[in-house]
Design a protein around this ligand. Structure first.
Ligand code: UD1
Ligand code: UDP
Length: 383
C-alpha cells in the first residue's frame, strides 16, 4: 500500500521570504513523498508577485493582506484570521515559515493554535537586542519557541538555539538563499532601462538598499546624508538604489537623495536583475539581511548600514563591515573602500559561509527523517 504523502504548507509573504522559500517549494514539489501547498499572505504585494513570477511559483492560497502603511498589529491580526481558515481547510502535517518577518511569526502562531507542527527555515539568527532589528529579533525568538523543526544556516545559529534550550529538532542545512542564487545568477544582459545605461567599464557602481524599520527617522537621514556626500565628493562613481515600496522609505529617499546627478533612485528590481546588478557593482551598501548573504557569495564587499548584525560569519571572514548609522563613520568607511585598493581586495573575496546550494534537499531529507519516512538524517552543512 502507498504511504500517505506528507502534507507541507509553506507560508510566506514578503520579497526576501519568497526568494528564499522558492527553491524549497520546488524541491518539495519534485519529491513524491510530499504534497506541497503554498499560502502567500501578501504582506508585500507587488514585491512578492515579482518573485513568484521570477521563480514560476504557483500559489494555492492568497490572503492578500497588504495595506498602505500597515502596522505590525494589522499584519499579525489579518494573518491569524486568514491563515486559521486555510489551516482548517487543508489540515497540513506541517507548516513551514521563513526567517523573522511578521508573516513568519503570525503564521507560526496560527499553526501552533491549530496544534500543527511548525518548521522554521533560517532559524537561529540572533542579535540579542530585542529592538534591533525591530521587530525581527523578537519575531524570530518567538518562532524559535513555537517551532518543532529548526533549519539553521550555520553551526553558530544552532549554538544560539541550543543555548536558549528551545526544544525541537535542529538541523544545520546552510541557507536556502544560496540554492536560490543557482536560479537567479547568470551573465545575461540587463532588462531594466536605467541599468542598461550604466557604464560599468569606466565608472564604479555602488548598489545601495535601505528599508529597515529601526532605521526610520534619524538613522535613515544620517545614512542618506552620508551617501549624498559620497556621491558629491566622488563624481566618478554611480550609486544605484532600487527603492523599497514602503511610503516612508520612498519619501525619505526622495527628500535626501533626489536630484543628485550620480544617484539613481529606481523601482525595486526583480531578483535576477538585482543579483546581476550586485555582481557588476564595485561594492554594496545595505541594511538588508539577505543582501549580507548574497554579496559575499558574489565576492562583493558590503558596508552594513546597521549597528549590529545577526550574520557575524561574513564579518569574521572580512567581506562585510558594520558601519552603524553615524553619518561620518559611513562616509569614512565608504571613502576608504573607494580609495584603498588593498583594503578593497582584502574584502572582495568570494566566500560562502551561508551554504553550498544544498540547503533545500537537506531540509526535505530532514522532514522525511522527522516524519519517519527515512532512517537517515541529512548530512550537516559544515563551514
Ligand atoms: C518587511 C519585514 C522585514 C523585511 C522586509 C523585506 C516585518 C515586520 N518586516 O518590512 O523584516 O526585511 O519586509 O523587504 O515583517 N509596500 C508596497 N508594496 C509591496 C511591499 C510593500 O506598497 O510590494 C508598502 C506598503 O505600503 C506597506 C509598506 O510598504 O504597508 C511596508 O511593508 P511591510 O511589509 O509592513 O514592511 P517592510 O518594511 O517591507
Ligand atoms: N532584492 C530584489 N530587488 C531589489 C532589492 C532587493 O530582488 O530591488 C532582493 C535581494 O537580492 C535579496 C532580498 O531582496 O534577495 C532582500 O530583501 P530585503 O532587503 O527587502 O529584505 P531583508 O533581507 O532585509 O529581510
Amino acid at each position: 500500500m502507498m504511504e500517505k504523502k506528507i502534507k507541507v504548507l509553506s507560508v510566506f509573504g514578503t520579497r526576501p521570504e519568497a526568494i528564499k522559500m522558492a527553491p524549497l517549494v520546488k524541491e518539495l514539489e519534485s519529491r513524491s513523498e510530499f504534497c506541497s501547498l503554498v499560502c502567500v499572505t501578501a504582506q508585500h504585494r507587488e514585491m512578492l508577485d515579482g518573485v513568484l513570477d521570477c521563480f514560476s511559483i504557483k500559489t494555492d492560497f492568497d490572503l492578500n493582506i497588504m495595506q498602505a502603511d500597515q502596522t505590525l498589529t494589522d499584519i499579525t491580526s489579518r494573518i491569524l484570521y486568514g491563515l486559521g481558515e486555510v489551516l482548517r481547510e487543508t489540515e497540513p502535517d506541517i507548516v513551514l515559515v521563513h526567517g523573522d518577518t511578521t508573516t513568519a511569526f503570525a503564521s507560526a502562531l496560527a499553526a501552533f493554535y491549530a496544534k500543527i507542527s511548525v518548521g522554521h527555515v533560517e532559524a537561529g539568527l540572533r542579535t540579542y537586542d530585542r529592538y534591533s532589528p525591530y521587530p525581527e529579533e523578537m519575531n524570530r525568538s518567538l518562532i524559535g519557541r513555537l517551532a518543532d523543526y529548526h533549519f539553521v544556516p550555520t553551526p553558530q545559529n544552532a549554538q544560539n538555539l541550543i543555548g536558549e534550550n528551545v526544544g525541537g529538532k535542529i538541523f544545520v542545512t546552510g541557507n536556502t538563499v544560496i540554492d536560490a542564487m543557482k536560479y537567479t545568477v547568470g551573465d545575461g544582459r540587463f532588462a531594466t532601462p536605467e541599468l542598461k545605461n550604466l557604464d560599468f567599464g569606466s565608472r564604479r557602481v555602488i548598489t545601495l538598499t535601505c528599508h529597515r524599520r529601526e532605521n526610520y527617522g534619524e538613522p535613515m537621514k544620517n545614512i542618506f546624508t552620508a551617501v549624498r556626500r559620497l556621491a558629491q565628493d566622488n563624481p566618478d562613481i554611480d550609486i544605484v538604489y532600487p527603492v523599497h515600496l514602503s511610503p516612508y522609505v520612498r519619501e525619505s529617499a526622495e527628500e535626501y537623495l533626489g536630484g543628485a546627478s550620480n544617484i539613481r533612485l529606481i523601482e525595486p528590481l526583480d531578483a535576477m536583475e538585482m543579483h546581476r546588478l550586485m555582481s557588476k557593482s564595485y561594492f554594496v551598501m545595505t541594511d538588508s539581511g539577505g543582501i549580507q548573504e548574497e554579496a559575499p557569495a558574489l565576492g562583493k564587499p558590503v558596508i552594513v548600514l546597521r549597528c549590529e548584525t545577526e550574520r557575524p560569519e561574513a564579518v569574521e571572514a572580512g567581506t562585510v563591515k558594520l558601519a552603524g548609522t553615524d553619518e561620518d563613520r559611513i562616509y569614512a568607511l565608504a571613502t576608504q573602500l573607494l580609495d584603498d585598493e588593498s583594503l578593497y581586495s582584502s574584502m572582495a573575496r568570494a566566500i560562502n559561509p551561508y551554504g553550498d546550494g544544498q540547503a533545500c534537499p537537506r531540509i526535505a531529507d530532514a522532514l522525511l527523517f522527522g516524519f519517519h519516512r527515512s532512517d537517515i538524517p541529512p548530512e550537516e552543512f559544515c563551514l
